[in-house]
Design a protein around this ligand. Structure first.
Ligand SMILES: Nc1ncnc2c1ncn2[C@@H]1O[C@H](COP(=O)(O)OP(=O)(O)O)[C@@H](O)[C@H]1O
Ligand SMILES: O=C(O)[C@@H](O)C(=O)COP(=O)(O)O
Length: 435
């Protein structure tokens, strides 16, 4: 059976975010980790999201992996391709959004794509090409301190212009306000001028609907998960989707509850603080991790003791910008990040093997490290905890219950996310309050 949408996500939390919105809009969606090596069963699947860890790697690698994902998705008959990146446009002047979008367009033999990072439900909007997080410009939102890709410019036409040699244009709000036909005309006009990448303003869900209608025939669209919320309705109009009930049903969960947090984003820092007022937590220090095995062994011992007592436990490296800078000053940006990511991967592997069955991971890169260490290949998408963050499940060898896993984008989720996630899983899997 052919799929309708083939998506390539540049990180794992972003992939579940997109998959979550597709499921909520009625698509049957499978998330795979990396490009599948062989055949996989795609009966009753409308969309596949291939999760890559290509946001912060060298641009050449990101291009190569994204093209491999595209080839696989096309082999599954995808009618439309979607390159998913962060709603805060996480990238640097070296890429990877520009180089990957250029390569995908070229491979698809297409001349234009759009950039729609907005996710209004989570406060990400674009006006006159400028990205806002809530009421702040991107470069004043906290994202200017991101450990790997500090976002110091909110003007996306300018940001993308530094990542590609191709012409970058804008579809501004007045065009969208005039409707889908006017938007299509504007895009065509820009294409005639040789504009390959069009940054699209988006203030609300209605703008996303206009964009989805104007873009349903584009071979490639790019952006955040907001567009993923609006496209399924257009596929339905075309008769490409069957009506399904409960696309996001989960199985009963079991096992102890662990939170691993490597995100230093503002929302996560608040969630860590909130969790620590109620439950135990161990703070990982990247400098101590780089010195040898002792610090990690202490973290493991701490987690084991509290998990054995039946408590949910948090292990976190999340720290404010000053502490992140201090660690980076000694180890360098990459080594500091790697030290934390490696530790998170080892903690996850060991503790899941020992009986953790419900795991929340905060941070995109961190989730990539954890999911890779666990060797997870596919995720079934369940109900939503907060916008952009669903519970997911994957079979776990030797256990009847699957491993329940949440990959939380750094900046998503309410203050009580870490505690509420476990309560909501209970409700979702016992049949009450399914999202
Ligand atoms: N205390 C710290 N010092 C330096 N780097 C850190 C620290 N804690 C986490 N990191 C690194 O910061 C990066 C955070 O990125 P990520 O997990 O994608 O979070 P987010 O989703 O907020 O972007 C990871 O590479 C992580 O290992
Ligand atoms: O679009 C988004 O904001 C998210 O889906 C996403 O990609 C977040 O990435 P991280 O904050 O790095 O988890």
């Amino acid at each position: 059976m052919s799929i309708v949408l083939g998506a390539i996500a540049d990180d794992f939390t972003g992939a579940t975010d997109l998959a979550n919105n597709l499921v909520r809009s009625g698509m049957r969606c499978l998330q795979v980790i990396g490009v599948p090596e062989g055949e996989i069963a795609l009966n009753d699947v409308d969309a596949v999201v291939v999760a890559l860890k290509s946001r912060s790697c060298p641009a050449g690698e990101a291009v190569e992996e994204s093209l491999a994902a595209l080839a696989w998705l096309q082999a599954q008959g995808a009618r439309q391709s979607f390159f998913k990146y962060c709603s805060t446009f996480d990238s640097t002047d070296a890429g990877n959004i520009g180089p990957v979008a250029d390569a995908l367009l070229e491979r698809l033999g297409s001349t234009q794509t759009v950039m729609v990072p907005a996710f209004p439900a989570n406060g990400r909007t674009v006006y006159q090409g400028h990205l806002f997080v809530g009421d702040r410009l991107l470069n004043e939102s906290g994202m200017q301190h991101h450990p790997l890709n500090p976002m110091r410019d909110a003007d996306l036409v300018r940001v993308l212009g530094r990542q590609t040699l191709q012409a970058v244009g804008l579809a501004a709000r007045p065009v969208l306000a005039a409707g889908a036909d006017a938007t299509r005309d504007h895009l065509r006009f820009l294409a005639e001028q040789g504009v390959r990448h069009v940054i699209c303003d988006t203030l609300d869900d209605q703008d996303l609907e206009v964009l989805a209608e104007a873009l349903v025939d584009y071979p490639l669209v790019t952006g955040g998960s907001g567009l993923g919320q609006a496209l399924p309705e257009q596929y339905r109009h075309r008769g490409w989707l069957e009506e399904v009930s409960e696309p996001g049903r989960l199985s009963p969960s079991a096992g102890s509850a662990l939170v691993l947090s490597g995100s230093c984003s503002r929302a996560t820092l608040g969630q860590v603080e909130h969790f620590l007022t109620r439950h135990p937590g161990f703070a990982l220090n990247p400098l101590a991790l780089a010195e040898g095995e002792t610090h990690l062994a202490e973290a493991l011992a701490f987690a084991r003791e509290h998990l054995a007592a039946g408590e949910p436990v948090l292990v976190y490296a999340s720290a404010d910008p000053e502490r992140v800078k201090a660690a980076q000053a000694v180890l360098g940006v990459e080594r500091a990040g790697e030290a934390v990511e490696q530790a998170m991967g080892q903690l996850a592997r060991t503790l899941v093997d020992e009986g953790v069955g419900r795991l929340v991971v905060a941070g995109g890169e961190t989730s990539g490290a954890v999911v890779s260490a666990l060797g997870v290949r596919q995720l079934r998408i369940g109900g939503q905890i907060d916008p952009g963050v669903p519970w997911t499940q994957t079979p776990w060898p030797g256990r009847e219950a699957p491993l329940s896993l949440t990959l939380k984008s750094g900046n998503f989720g309410g203050k009580d996310f870490f505690t509420r996630a476990f309560t909501m899983l209970e409700q979702m899997t016992s049949g009450e309050g399914r999202a």
